[in-house]
Design a protein around this ligand. Sequence first.
Ligand SMILES: NC(=O)c1ccc[n+]([C@@H]2O[C@H](COP(=O)([O-])OP(=O)(O)OC[C@H]3O[C@@H](n4cnc5c(N)ncnc54)[C@H](OP(=O)(O)O)[C@@H]3O)[C@@H](O)[C@H]2O)c1
Length: 282
Amino acid sequence: MGQSRLGVIGYPIKHSLSPVMHTSWFNKYKLDNRYEMLEVPPDTLKATVKKFRSPEWLGFNVTVPHKVAIFSLIDEVDEKAQLIGAVNTVINHGGKLTGTNTDGEGFIQSLLHAGFSLTDKVQALIIGAGGAARAVGFALAKSGIKRLDFTNRTQEKAEALSEVAKEFTASSALSLSQAEEGLADYQLVINATSVGMEPFPDHIPLSLRHVMPGTFCVDLIYKPLQTLWLKEADSKRCQTLNGLPMLVYQGALAFKHWFGNMPEVDGVETLLVEYLNGNKQE
Ligand SMILES: NC(=O)c1ccc[n+]([C@@H]2O[C@H](COP(=O)([O-])OP(=O)(O)OC[C@H]3O[C@@H](n4cnc5c(N)ncnc54)[C@H](OP(=O)(O)O)[C@@H]3O)[C@@H](O)[C@H]2O)c1
């Protein structure tokens, strides 16, 4: 028996899309692997992580609320995860556990796949300053764009992210009203807050009153697939992207860490949409 087991740990974890996505790749590439969903309450995290050192485990994904707590329980955390301050993927090399984070690069790949060019002319704005904003923000800050600003309900958190981003590009922290007024300056605007997510889909994180037509608006949320904010962006003739492609690419990059190659991503989004639609009633 080789290293056959993979999984995701979180709490709670009922509706993770990762098993559907990874199992589709196992089937496609005829891999004899299994991807499990493991609900791990915080007080059992340490004991659970110990089990992942056994030879049958190839690695695992980590989701809320364990992305930070896992740091002290594994042997090595790579530079990407250190900078983001969160681990979402762990690889088991002969009992040694190494953590990384594929969210930021997953976002960048989803953006490029959607046809957005990250040039030195691009000015971008991130709404939010939580874990997703950190991952996406630092990857974007390092991508060679001209400027990356942050805005957030709690402005001090936006200031802290902007300070780190300044190591890589021009950056400021703005109040929500400053960001709203200045929207015409940005070619790329990203919602990295949870505002608009089910079960509260009737809210938007920032008014798009001043946005320019053609601006690329990305919402990291994928439940619902089209948030109220993306509908507003659509009505302003912006280009829009939901959070599902990022989810697929972060998963594909995790797969690459475990198996050595990037899997085919085409078709996976459709599969996940079908799955999400089939689970709407739950
Ligand atoms: N597509 C993907 O692959 C992917 C990956 C990761 C996350 N996400 C999505 O990204 C979103 C954020 O996740 P996260 O992990 O960053 O969460 P988080 O660390 O809890 O951060 C939440 C963010 O949302 C803001 N926020 C929450 N409630 C708010 C409200 N009522 N009004 C204004 N701002 C509010 C918070 O502002 P404060 O700082 O003021 O509290 C903070 O900026 C979620 O919807 C998640 O599903 C998507």
